[in-house]
Design a protein around this ligand. Sequence first.
Ligand code: BMA
Length: 367
Amino acid sequence: MKKLNLLTFMALCASMVMSCKSETPSVPNPIKDALAAAVANGKYMYAMQDATPYGHSWQAAPEDEATRCDVKDVCGDMPAILGFDLGGIELGDAQNLDGVSFDMMRKWIIEHDANGGIITLSWHLRNPLTGGDTWDVSTEGVVASILEGGENHEKFMGWLGKVDAFISSLKDAEGNQIPLIFRPWHENTGGWFWWAPQLCSQEDYKALWKLTYDTLHRDGMLWAYSPSTTLLKEEAFARYPGDEIIDIIGVDHYDSYVDDPKSSAEPHAFFTEALRASLEYINAFAQEHGLLLAVTETGMESIPCPTWWTEALQPALEGLPVCYLLTWRNAWDRPTHFFSPFPGAVCEKDFVDFYNSEKTLFLKDLK
Ligand code: BMA
């Protein structure tokens, strides 16, 4: 992270607006400043998951010199934030669960940081108790088994060690640690990951966060808590790990509308209203706890609506201090599994309008 000077300058004002996380003297944090500056200026950054390893019907080869990206092919600019996933690193795999080489991931992270961009990492790790995947919810007590005293504690500490080694290897040209947003244990209010509420107690879930933070935290790292969408706000906050750990709070909220968008005058009203309602109560919590607010995951699979970006997504964020929004990956090998535009997508023109909107920040805006 090197070239955030413009936004960093404005962050001085932003830091006065935001309430402080704690009484302790704050450690300089360029990405926190840049995100706060975006909010202070009424803007939000655009983030995309797996924007560089592949896109709709293409995959990068290790020998590719230039970095390609579906979104760049549409609007001529890179996302401000790139999201990558560490799932698979825990076992020492060379590629993550979606076939992304960790060596290539490191290369893109270093390049994006050098260009002034920001990185966020998620972790769809395997189930340490059953050996199944991250969606294996067949057994209770997985989290309890990896906490101190649990039968899988040593094993899990080894897994955290692999993550620690990867993060440590993210250095810029001057040898400085590249700052990043880490977003583990996400969608914890849903029932689909092994850290789901039906499989672990609130105390164990919070202890998992503390163990992860105590093991991996270093200066410049921001921690994001992102429950999946729920209209029960008590559920979203019951497992909140604490202000001493969390910097960013958000929600993973998708538009699952599947019918012909032309069949109704306002086909996405439900999504827009529901996302907005979630963001409103999360924002109240964020203000109370001195946190940044984000839409940590969103999108509409296959984006059949030509105006989804400007008419479904943007109105949900209007007037709220959202610092970034992330749309999910465009799988190269699943033609309908995409959440971001590519040349030829029906929402292509609308995405350019989204790009040109005075609210959005892409990579060139951070320079
Ligand atoms: C999900 C899907 C999966 C993928 C996982 C982790 O939402 O995209 O295909 O393996 O995310 O990236």
